[in-house]
Design a binder for this molecule. Structure first.
Ligand SMILES: C[S@@+](CC[C@H](N)C(=O)[O-])C[C@H]1O[C@@H](n2cnc3c(N)ncnc32)[C@H](O)[C@@H]1O
Length: 205
């Protein structure tokens, strides 16, 4: 098990208490959902304990969640028994979940090395429909943030590998798949919310 997964398994309940709190809803998520067609199927990628997945569904969209932390998914399923949640790595192939109209990745790319962003985007591209939209909520900056990476839980040290990304890094890694559309307002200015859209795929025939 890698340290990021182990850290989120160990802290799932703590994140859930915070995320299901009454003041935890993100303005950018509601702003993003307004850009989607009615009844859109929306993947909450790196959903953690499923609080945003639940809010997406409560806003009238067909929500599904995916994460690699089994303990977070247990809470997500308990809290949202009617929603589908999948256990998978965002850097692997998860196309078995079917096609979606939109993907939200809230504080998920903070665990993807800059060199691996193209792979993460390639996997998202496989499940995103033509004209599909993406919301990336990222920690602004570049490279690994040591102070946010090293965390102690129950006397054990974890390196959860917390990585900041600039818009330019995202645009560069996304260029074969998605194009940048706009920035949405953020509740905290160290976090940036970027909307991308799937590029029209040119068929080989
Ligand atoms: C900072 S939490 C964000 C959770 C939630 N999206 C939120 O807004 O609070 C990061 C989540 O990403 C998940 N995660 C990190 N790397 C992942 C990967 N490679 N594949 C799937 N999930 C991953 C972790 O398990 C954790 O639940």
């Amino acid at each position: 098990m890698n340290q990021t997964m182990e850290y989120y398994d160990k802290t799932a309940a703590q994140w859930a208490r915070q995320g299901y709190g009454p003041d935890a809803a993100l303005i950018c998520l509601q702003d993003f959902l307004k850009l989607l067609p009615e009844g859109a199927r929306v993947l909450d990628l790196c959903c953690g304990a499923g609080y945003e997945t639940g809010r997406i569904a409560a806003s009238g969209y067909r929500a599904l969640g995916m994460d690699f932390s089994r303990e977070s998914l247990k809470i997500a399923r308990q809290q949202n028994p009617s929603l589908p949640f999948y256990e998978a790595d965002m850097l692997g192939d998860y196309s078995h979940i079917g096609m979606v109209d939109a993907i939200v990745v809230i504080a998920g790319l903070v665990h993807v090395e800059t060199s691996k962003l193209p792979l993460a985007f390639q996997q998202m591209n496989k499940v995103l429909k033509e004209n599909g939209k993406l919301l990336f909520s990222v920690r602004d900056g570049t490279g690994k943030m040591k102070d946010r990476s090293l965390c102690a839980v129950d006397g054990m040290q974890y390196d959860r590998n917390f990585i900041a990304h600039t818009l330019e890094e995202l645009r560069e890694a996304a260029k074969g798949f998605f194009s940048y559309q706009c920035e949405l307002a953020s509740d905290m200015n160290v976090w940036k919310n970027y909307v991308f859209a799937k590029k029209r795929q040119i068929s080989a025939n």
